[in-house]
Design a protein around this ligand. Sequence first.
Ligand code: RP5
Length: 173
Amino acid sequence: MAKALVGIIMGSESDMAVMCEAAKVLDDFDVAYEMRIVSAHRTPDVMAGYAASAVKRGLKIIIAGAGGSAHLPGMTASHTTLPVLAVPVKKDGHDHEALWSNIKMPPGIPLATMPENGAGNAALMAIEILGLNDASLTKKYVEFRRKQHDNVTHVNAELTKRGWKKYLKGQKK
Ligand code: RP5
């Protein structure tokens, strides 16, 4: 098994439905990762140890997701010099407190905050960063971006040919 380059951590098992989207993207790009529950509130010692040992263990980036008061991403960033990508987890009944908590980091400790529940984009950002030192990964990523471009081009061609009403009707089938 390849050594993990990305650490995906989350405050609770209840965040996993959101955070597994990051794992799916990394799987698609064959990027090795590890996934752990690391609560800033319930296991603060584990959180500090995880972040402090991350460089030595070979991690290059940490994706940290949490909901509620969401201290995990920021506190993780404060215990490591690795780039930490925050995913504010928003569940039913939540307001935007996790997002606010994550984007309000004080000067001096940067935290790259993704959109609410944006674990997939966090993984893509991780791939962009890892790609700086991995040409074959960047090649796959460029191909991924090209497919998105081609998809829009294809939709536009269909729209022009059939008009939006027929296009939408075709989509609903
Ligand atoms: C945060 O508070 C966790 O990230 C989670 O989103 C929330 C509480 O989780 P559970 O009570 O569902 O374990 O620390």
